[in-house]
Design a binder for this molecule. Structure first.
Ligand code: ADP
Ligand code: MG
Length: 267
């Protein structure tokens, strides 16, 4: 079978995100604060994009808008051709704080997240166990969050997000609170899962190396109100690692450092 024939017969790839001139203005003590300057970008189905920029530039605001948590002041955001209007199971979100319920087991936490979908309880249980296995927590379903390490808790949070099988995965500094070693193993796990599922990923980080190791593309934002000031295509072969870097990696790294320094100075 030729690749062409497959492409013609295949359903269109899901997880297409189109942000067009999205702007967000918050009211703060009666004053208008522009948290996001009109911003346009596209996340192609199956791509892995990192978003990096100085603190307060609007990264989380943009992510929350794509997730459907924060309404736009103007502009539009579409996921797979339909306008974002509130949270949707097609879009999964993961934050730095895992916010697990301590009184539910690992499996209970994942199942609880599935409750908002119309799914029989046996199927929910099945999906939860599968997602836990996918993040390397097979056999740990009956543990309570308090019995798990920080890394394991973040794995439960990832399983909770993956169990709904989203087409888009939005991650807001998800590994920012983890120690260096745990962080590396979470990055590896995320890449394994991404390569299996080809979910579209938008990953916010302030760690240049994390962005370079994970992404196909890095968007650099300026200081508030954030605009995208550079776009870096990362084409170093995978798997990548900070112990095994090439010239392109070094060049991209210095380019980002320069940009982030000047982005910070404008503040
Ligand atoms: P980042 O994630 O890049 O650090 P944020 O998106 O959290 O930045 O914040 C961007 C700006 O918007 C900041 O000035 C922040 O204070 C402001 N902001 C964020 N959320 C709200 C809100 N709900 N109400 C008012 N201002 C907000
Ligand atoms: Mg943030």
């Amino acid at each position: 079978m030729s690749g062409m024939a497959v492409a013609e017969n295949a359903a269109p790839a899901l997880g297409d995100v189109l942000v067009r001139l999205a702007e967000i203005v918050f009211k703060q003590k009666g004053r208008d604060v522009q948290a996001l300057a009109p911003i346009s970008l596209r996340l192609e189905p199956g791509s892995f994009t990192s978003l990096i920029g100085p603190s307060g530039c609007g990264k989380s605001t943009l992510l929350n808008a794509i997730a459907g948590f924060t309404p736009l002041t103007s502009g539009s955001i579409r996921v797979d051709e339909s306008e974002v209007a509130g949270a949707s199971p097609r879009v999964g979100v993961m934050f730095q704080q895992y916010a697990l319920f301590p009184w539910f087991t690992a499996r209970g936490n994942v199942e609880f997240a599935l409750k908002r979908f119309d799914m029989p309880s046996a199927q929910r249980r099945d999906a939860a166990l599968k997602a836990l296995a996918e993040v390397g927590l097979e056999g740990k379903g009956d543990y309570y969050p308090g019995q798990l390490s920080g890394g394991m808790r973040q794995r439960v949070a990832l399983a909770r997000t993956l169990a709904a099988r989203p087409n888009v995965l939005l991650m807001d500094e998800p590994f920012g609170a983890l120690d260096a070693q745990t962080r590396l193993s979470m990055q590896e796990l995320l890449l394994v899962i991404w390569e299996m599922r080809r979910t579209t990923v938008l990953f916010i980080t302030h760690d240049i190396d994390e962005a370079l190791v994970l992404s196909d593309r890095i968007l650099v934002m300026s200081a508030a109100p954030g605009r995208i000031v550079d776009e870096i295509a990362v084409s170093s072969p995978r798997p990548r690692s900070v112990e095994n870097i090439d010239d392109a990696y070094i060049a991209n790294r210095s380019r980002m450092l320069r940009l982030l320094r000047s982005a910070d100075n404008t503040h």
